[in-house]
Design a protein around this ligand. Sequence first.
Ligand SMILES: *Cc1c(COP(=O)(O)O)cnc(C)c1O
Length: 402
Amino acid sequence: MIPFSPPRIDDKIVDAVAEALRSGWISTGPRTKLFEEKISQFCGCPKTLCVSSCSAGLELMLRWFGVGPGDEVIVPAYTYAATANVVVHCGAKPVFADAATDFNIDVDKIADLITENTKVIIPVDIAGWPCNYNALNEIVVRKDIREKFSPRSAEQTKLGRILVLADAAHSFGAKYHEKYSGQLADISVFSFHAVKNLTTAEGGAITLNLPLPFNNGEIYKYLCIKSLHGQTKDALAKMQVGNWKYDIVEPGYKMNMTDIQAAMGLVELERYENDHLVRRKQIFDLYSKILGEYDWAQIPEYQNEKSCSSYHVYLLRIRNISETQRDLIMQGIFSREVAVNVHFRPLPMMSYYRNEGYCIGDYPVAFHNFSCVISLPVFYNLTDDQVRTVSKAVIDSVKENK
Ligand SMILES: *Cc1c(COP(=O)(O)O)cnc(C)c1O
């Protein structure tokens, strides 16, 4: 069986983790702080906070902005559950926006969804393809939209407009107009979960790019406290002689990254752009070359003059098929010993959101994209021969089932 996306665990990773374990610092410590600095350097953003997951990071930032009951947050209908679940955790209401043909949130549909209660937009760079951030960032500063904004927290008053909080779970290393993901929105949150491009087993990072008068360095310091039970000193600071006493300034969360995770992340980051991403692009190119020969294949866009993907998921669409046919084609691929997937089943189709009254009929593009998509295996150690085997399995199964 060709697997879908196993992590790249080699001696370098194992040695780095063993070294962290032996160092005695197994929770948040020097490796986490170094990883934060390296992420800031890589993304070109002023400040980065590492956390236990992307979900935790998104929720932390919604709470930092003061999002709560009565508020609305615009999220794509086409995404993983984390994007909307964190909004529900805060007591606010997710307002879904339909997808565009590139799978990302349809920016043209956002303005109509904005009300006086809208506090945040969470765009998602699906499959690693950056959203149209120029258009997005223009909407939130538009005069009529600014005038609608009704702040209810100190941070909301300070920003004076809707916050753009990117769910960049897929897009570490992606580029948009010469800028890296992580500096495209006010705040971006990455995921380092085991299936993501760059992994620390579980983990995430928040990159801060808030405009003046915000001080990203000060916010970073505050978030360190907020993500650690509101405790004024972390373990590293408390280690210093005579520095044991701390205060609790608020009932904060427990969302810190460990040095074991950061040890993996440092190795992954070191070889990310010039090695890992290079291989992923080759895999994308080979799929496109082979499958592009067939009229039924709709090849995903992953590079143009403005944008460059992080090559996270290869989203192949099959033209003119129903959801049932897609499922049969997937069965046929599985029976040929190839693991495939679907990213994603739109959230309005999921029981919880359906029971909350959302209806997939309101998101026709999201449904269409979902009904004809198959995600193909992409991982560093996937060989060209395996890419050919996967492609053949797809071609044969389409022939059999379409
Ligand atoms: C994986 C994923 C997340 C959640 O990441 P975690 O680190 O597991 O919390 C959020 N959004 C999207 C789009 C994802 O694919």
